[in-house]
Design a protein around this ligand. Structure first.
Ligand code: 5RP
Length: 260
């Protein structure tokens, strides 16, 4: 039941529900990964089943692909779609320019490819993800398993010349084993605390051999939908310079909550 949801989950749901308004009949839609994106997939699934919405979804992870199929959304690959009308995804941090840190769920490689292949990227997040300067959330860097320890050392050496406050790096684990991404790679998290120049850091990190992609999304997000625990939603559009507010009502009868 909705009333049993935590304020953060209510905020995530509110953002997802409002962002679903961006989806129109016939669209090819990139489907993000994570708990906020999961709410979106549920909302879209309900629109497909109840309102006859016809969309093709391109998931950004195997987890989202499974969720989308279960929700009744037609799933296609990015190669089949080639280009997307819209991608809706979560984020770990966003700043006032709508630059992001993503990859907390380990899916930022596919997420960045899919978002970049879209006319528009809409990010859904709870207000707690807002920061003045990116970097409190550890920055994920996907690296290939071959020579990952050397890549980790190169990352640390590279950080010496960068405008960051911390330089510790850790291999992401899944229990006793290294975390493995959908592409079979590892993730090294960079504990930077504060990133002075995110654009520069993103370019430099991707020059290191062994690095596949970092979790900085610079100039990719067009719109952010920010949810609050009381159902208030704020929509900021960076291209149009607009800010809109609305209210999402939580209905206890909503089918979305039946499996909680
Ligand atoms: C996954 C991501 C997610 O969008 C990010 O971690 C936010 O997740 P959540 O919505 O669960 O807070 O980048 O790689």
């Amino acid at each position: 039941m909705t009333f049993d949801l935590s304020p953060i989950d209510k905020a995530k749901f509110a953002a997802a529900k409002r962002a679903a308004d961006y989806v129109e009949d016939g669209m090819r839609v990139g489907l993000g990964t994570g708990s906020t994106a999961a709410w979106l997939v549920k909302c879209l699934g309900e629109m497909v089943r109840n309102d006859g919405l016809r969309i093709k979804g391109v998931p950004t992870s195997s987890r989202t692909a499974q969720l989308a199929r279960e929700a009744g959304i037609e799933v296609i690959s990015l190669d089949e779609a080639k280009w997307l009308d819209l991608t809706i995804d979560g984020a770990d941090e966003y700043d006032s320019n709508l630059n992001l840190i993503k990859g907390g769920g380990g899916a930022h490689l596919q997420e960045k490819i899919v978002a970049t292949a879209s006319d528009q990227m809409v990010v859904i997040a709870d207000i707690g993800k807002q920061v003045e300067t990116l970097g409190a959330f550890p920055l994920p860097v996907e690296v290939i398993p071959f020579g990952w320890q050397t890549t980790k050392t190169l990352l640390e050496e590279t950080l010496i010349g960068m405008d960051v406050l911390g330089r510790m790096t850790t291999l992401r684990m899944n229990g006793d084993h290294p975390f493995i991404t959908d592409e079979g790679n590892h993730i090294i998290d960079l504990h930077l605390n504060r990133i002075g120049n995110a654009r520069q850091l993103s370019l430099v990190l991707n020059q290191i051999p062994g690095v596949v992609e970092n979790g900085l999304f610079i100039d990719i997000c067009d719109v952010i939908v920010i949810g609050h625990g009381d159902g208030r939603v704020e929509v900021r559009d960076i291209n149009h310079g607009t800010v809109e507010e609305s209210q999402i009502e939580f209905l206890e009868t909503d089918n979305l909550f039946s499996d909680l």
